[in-house]
Write a protein that binds this ligand. Structure first.
Ligand SMILES: [Zn+2]
Length: 227
């Protein structure tokens, strides 16, 4: 059963939020910490920043992933993450890679896309992608870097998600590549304003943009698995 399709109104999609929840007009993918209980349309994973816990608890990876594995199977969890690599925060890169690989395996096994936090670790991310050959969509969320790097990621088949503060040219590149998502993340921004900003930058109407993102979301069938 695919909900929303029968509705004449096309919803806005907030692909990554720590505060928002879905309404009649908005599908919000709410992100939860691994130890929380996901409510509503959700994503859940171990944030790379949390990997630092390994310094005080050597079993952190197995303990936290046990929780993630159980919760990721829940039907309301439509994406795995946020997960990823952060060269500026969290545990050492090897530990972060171990955690990331476990999320990738889960994403492939459960056929749910991956929402990725990536800070100053694009090379590591791409080398892991080239080794793993994932079939599920990878979305780098909160993309704020330039179009040049953005195009490199898009060429590798990675989608980009943008908030209010992002590079207009990178956003255009993602739109052209049919790989653009919008989000509010942990900000107080309203997803309506993010759509408004993006439509101005892309010189298209909000309605056109809504349809564009909605059509992509329909292809990510896991988003629509809920009754
Ligand atoms: Zn986030």
């Amino acid at each position: 059963m695919i909900p929303y399709l029968s509705q004449p109104m096309i919803p806005l999609i907030d692909i990554h939020t720590h505060h928002g929840s879905s309404t009649a007009d908005v599908i919000a993918v709410r992100n939860w910490d691994f130890d929380a209980m996901p409510v509503g349309i959700s994503s859940i994973g171990v944030h790379p920043w949390q990997s630092v816990t390994i310094n005080t608890d050597v079993d952190f990876i197995s303990k936290s992933m046990k929780q993630v594995e159980t919760k990721c199977r829940m039907p309301q969890v439509v994406m795995i993450g946020e997960t990823g690599l952060d060269a500026l925060r969290g545990a050492d890169m090897n530990t972060q890679k171990q955690l990331f690989l476990k999320h990738i395996a889960l994403s492939e096994q459960l056929k749910k896309p991956l929402v990725i936090h990536c800070v100053k670790a694009v090379e590591e991310l791409l080398s892991i992608r080239n080794q793993q050959h994932p079939t599920q969509q990878w979305i780098i969320h909160g993309y704020r870097k330039n179009a040049q790097l953005g195009k490199q990621l898009l060429q590798q088949g990675i989608a980009l998600s943008f908030g209010l503060h992002s590079d207009a040219e990178a956003m255009k590149a993602a739109y052209v590549a049919n790989a653009l998502w919008l989000e509010t993340d942990d900000s107080e921004a309203n997803i309506v304003d993010v759509y408004q900003m993006a439509s101005e930058r892309l010189s298209i109407s909000v309605e056109e943009l809504k349809l564009n993102i909605y059509q992509r979301a329909v292809l990510l069938s896991s988003l629509f698995r809920l009754e």
